[in-house]
Ligand binder design. Structure first.
Ligand SMILES: [Zn+2]
Length: 223
């Protein structure tokens, strides 16, 4: 039984949860060393990931497990509802380092159905500071309001906003000078949009992959 199964099933309070994290670490390290005694020695030598994953903070959408990858394979940035805005120094720093230092070949915006952030952005309830962050998703809604307003089923409308949010965040990434400048220098960098269906575990490619500045629109194209 994993630590998380214990945490979820027995509900013995926060101290038990905390202890299980440490025990989970001990178990993980032992299992890895049993498979490969040099595993951590090799991992400590450095990283050369080819993928940057920008996903949601939701606890159910971990990049490595969902893609069958290992530590060292995926550089990760996560925030609530996988928003990519050009004023977020945290996201921009991760993007710049991944693209220009690590030289990743794929940048993936990974949203997910059942996203609480997207659902909250569709509603009118206040949650606090996060309302300001979720305003970016209300802007996505505004851009696509004709399509979204025509969907009568609320769950279906949220699912579509999850998809459109990923598409618009991909667009936002492509418009950054970081991505545009990288495309001037190399042809092996692609930006993708994915949706994770938590109920199946499967990933849906939104097929909005971009590898050039050709479709950004003149006002966004930087010389
Ligand atoms: Zn989410």
């Amino acid at each position: 039984m994993s630590a998380s199964e214990n945490i979820n099933s027995n509900g013995q309070g926060h101290q038990n949860t905390y202890q299980l994290l440490k025990e989970g670490n001990q178990k993980f390290v032992k299992e890895q060393k049993d498979i490969d005694p040099e595993y951590f020695t090799n991992l400590a030598k450095g990283q050369k990931p080819e993928v940057l994953w920008i996903g949601c903070s939701d606890s159910r959408v971990p990049a490595n497990q969902l893609t069958g990858t290992k530590p060292g394979d995926v550089f990760v940035h996560r925030n609530i509802a996988n928003v990519c805005v050009h004023s977020d120094m945290n996201m921009l720093s991760v993007l710049d380092y991944a693209v220009n230092v690590l030289k990743v070949k794929h940048v993936i915006v990974a949203g997910h159905y059942g996203c609480g952030g997207v659902a909250a952005a569709m509603g009118n309830q206040q949650y606090g500071l996060i309302d300001n962050w979720l305003r970016h998703i209300k802007d996505v809604y505004r851009l696509h309001s004709a399509e979204l307003d025509a969907i009568t089923d609320n769950d279906e409308r949220i699912k579509r906003l999850v998809e459109l949010n990923v598409v618009e965040q991909v667009n936002n990434l492509c418009k950054t000078t970081i991505i545009q400048n990288a495309w001037k220098q190399r042809t092996d960098l692609e930006v993708h949009g994915w949706i994770i269906d938590i109920s199946t575990g499967l990933i849906k490619d939104m097929e909005v992959s971009s590898s050039s500045s050709n479709n950004l629109g003149s006002v966004f194209t930087m010389s």
